[in-house]
Design a protein around this ligand. Structure first.
Ligand SMILES: CC(C)(COP(=O)(O)OP(=O)(O)OC[C@H]1O[C@@H](n2cnc3c(N)ncnc32)[C@H](O)[C@@H]1OP(=O)(O)O)[C@@H](O)C(=O)NCCC(=O)NCCS
Length: 171
């Protein structure tokens, strides 16, 4: 299969925070942000694979900054590495200042999607060819994240997670 670049899957979704989507502090409810990220990531994985995709796991979420009611929120998703049937999707979440338009990074997350056929059976996806320094950095770190996710899910033995082990062996 011909490799694809992250820009071919890049998906940008901008929306605002409404009262029904907030917690008791009038900030965006975490589950609402997870859903927005899942939708953007699903579109990105679909653009990369041109297949039906399902969320296999949410590998990492960092709610670094609260997102207040009324904020304009942008979720950016792109495939950061592709394997045989699975894809890691990296998400960046930005808040836009109402008055000067300046964007502040609020959150980031990493999801894993699997491409499936009409019966739900995993099916092959194209490889990913990173281009920019950031894309290359995310690509390089993806294998150990996949191994960690598989170990935590009980689908890989810790002693088989070679990339992950190497990380802990570094001085
Ligand atoms: C995701 C799903 C298709 C995986 O099926 P499976 O029988 O485990 O298939 P496999 O073992 O062949 O794994 C398929 C790929 O997913 C990867 N994978 C499976 N579980 C994973 C996990 N927890 N973390 C990271 N990758 C995972 C495997 O490594 C494999 O990747 P590769 O082919 O690129 O190497 C299946 O579990 C499923 O349909 N789950 C429900 C998905 C869903 O409904 N999501 C929405 C939840 S509301």
């Amino acid at each position: 299969m011909t490799p694809k670049t992250p820009s071919e899957s890049r998906t940008t979704m901008t929306d605002m925070v409404l009262p029904s989507e907030t917690n008791a502090l009038q900030n965006l409810f975490g589950g609402e942000l997870l859903a927005r990220m899942d939708r953007a990531a699903s579109i990105a994985a679909g653009r990369h694979s041109r297949r039906i995709t399902v969320t296999a796991s949410v590998n990492h979420v960092a709610f670094n900054l609260a997102v207040p009611l009324g904020s304009v929120v942008t979720v950016e998703a792109a495939v950061s590495r592709a394997y045989t049937t699975s894809m890691e999707v990296y998400l960046d979440v930005w808040i836009e200042d109402r008055y000067n338009g300046k964007r502040t990074k609020a959150n980031e997350a990493i999801y894993t999607f699997v491409a499936v056929d009409e019966t739900g059976k995993p099916t092959e996806v194209p490889p990913l060819q990173p281009e920019t320094d950031l894309e290359k950095e995310r690509y390089a770190g993806a294998l150990r994240r996949k191994q960690l996710s598989l170990v935590l899910a009980g689908k890989m033995k810790p002693n088989e997670a070679t990339e992950l082990k190497a990380l802990f062996m570094q001085g």
